[in-house]
Ligand binder design. Structure first.
Ligand SMILES: *Cc1c(COP(=O)(O)O)cnc(C)c1O
Length: 417
């Protein structure tokens, strides 16, 4: 394949890169991402085939690489300010890929406990089956430091936690992890593909995220991605150093971590993202800055309005000055404080049966405003004390704000209350 792309200006703003990056220029080139519906790619000569099977850097079999998927990966790398990205079929697959890339049997992960339910499940139930243990602790530097063990390889936290809106103190977590010879991975799903926050710029080594939410943006596709930064120290992790001359670090150099993530997530575990999904996600990203700016403005207006409402209990949103992580939100977030808030209503069942604009569904980041009752659904299997710790009570409604008119959302909430 010839690459007709003009060099991309390194100083493009987010909005420009979201629509311009990874699209070739030239006569007859498509505007937008073409979908390469292909399971395999041809060779002319046996020498070409042998070279490709040795290197795995070009096109052979689509579990390993596809041009549509590769273009999305380039765009994600640009938007997160990283060195390389591998996409997989879901956010859950991205979490698994990120953790297995630096941990094996006997290793340990420390994670902030205010987490997406699927991540709690992986850390508490699935990784132990592979001999990898995890400690879930308070979302503070002191608690993270206290939970470290000699065999800790990874610290994990969510940029903006779902649903409590805790903000990871990335700089502090990175320093603690690095002093220990471990890496810091941030789940940036609610950071909107680097739009609200770029964790790699604050010291994180790995960004994992669900592309199902703000990237896709229209409730129409599942996907996930793992992006690595340009600098990370792997010299204290035996996965990368053992074997001397033949070690991963020696063979792959600066690309060792990205290589291992692609090898695990796509080649070996087969969680490859489909090209049609890559197309939908790439197209969704093009309007992400517009959507998330507006959604954040509406979320802040609703949070303030709900805080004053006589029928509404506790309102939690990091953009409110009373939120425990409001200062961290101002340190790390640009362009808004996100689209997710929670509020307590007197009778959640009655409220949810009366809504006419809001829709009850468990997704986030949709253009439509979606609500759920976390206590009995998304967090239903989480132990009760942990539910309270995650900011979920029996009266809590979680809302992912869409792009509808503020007045229509307010009128709907008012009549449903
Ligand atoms: C949804 C979500 C995931 C998992 O993503 P899927 O695409 O549903 O597999 C991971 N982390 C966070 C914060 C999420 O909201």
């Amino acid at each position: 394949m010839t690459d007709a792309r003009a060099p991309e200006p390194a100083d493009w703003s987010y909005e420009t890169a979201a629509v311009q990056s990874a699209i070739p220029r030239g006569l007859g080139q498509t505007i937008g991402f073409p979908i390469h519906a292909a399971a395999a790619f041809q060779f002319d000569t046996l020498e070409q085939a042998q070279a490709e099977f040795g290197q795995n850097t070009g096109l052979s079999y689509a579990r390993l690489q596809n041009p549509t998927v590769r273009a999305l990966e380039e765009r994600l790398t640009t938007l997160e300010g990283g060195a390389a990205t591998v996409t997989v079929a879901s956010g859950q697959g991205a979490t698994l890929t990120a953790i297995l890339s630096v941990c094996r049997a006997g290793d340990h992960v420390v994670s902030a406990s205010s987490l997406f339910g699927g991540s709690t499940g992986l850390l508490s139930n699935i990784l132990p089956l592979m001999g990898i243990s995890a400690t879930l602790t308070e979302n503070t530097p002191a608690a993270i430091r206290a939970a470290l063990r000699p065999e800790t390889r990874l610290v994990w936290a969510e940029m903006i936690s779902n649903p409590a809106g805790d903000i990871a103190d990335i700089r502090a977590f990175a320093d603690i992890a690095h002093e220990h010879g471990a890496l810091l991975a941030i789940d940036n799903t609610c950071g909107g593909v680097g739009f609200l926050c770029r964790p790699l710029a604050h010291g994180a080594d790995i960004v994992a995220q669900s592309l199902t939410k703000w990237a896709g943006g229209h409730g129409s596709v599942l996907g996930g991605a793992v992006t690595v930064g340009t600098r990370h120290d792997l010299t204290r992790n035996p996965i990368f150093t053992e074997g001397g001359e033949a070690s991963i670090l020696n063979m792959r150099g600066d690309a060792a971590l990205a290589w291992r993530q692609r090898w695990l997530g796509a080649h070996q575990l087969g969680m490859t993202l489909a090209p049609h999904s890559a197309f939908l996600i790439a197209q969704g990203i093009e309007t992400l800055p517009l959507r998330l700016t507006r959604e954040s403005e509406t979320a802040l207006a609703l949070a303030r309005w709900l805080s004053e409402h006589p029928k509404v209990g506790t309102v939690s949103y990091p953009g409110l000055s009373g939120h425990p992580h409001h200062t961290l939100a101002q340190t790390y977030l640009r362009g808004g404080q996100g689209a997710v808030l929670t509020f307590e209503v007197p009778d959640p069942s009655a409220f949810l049966s009366r809504v006419r604009v809001l829709r009850m569904a468990p997704n986030l980041g949709d253009v439509r405003t979606l609500v759920v009752h976390p206590w009995t659904t998304t967090h239903g299997r989480v132990p009760e004390a942990a539910r309270y710790a995650a900011g979920v009570t029996p009266l809590t409604i979680r809302m992912s704000v869409g792009v509808e008119a503020l007045a229509d959302l307010q009128a709907d909430i008012e009549q449903a209350l």
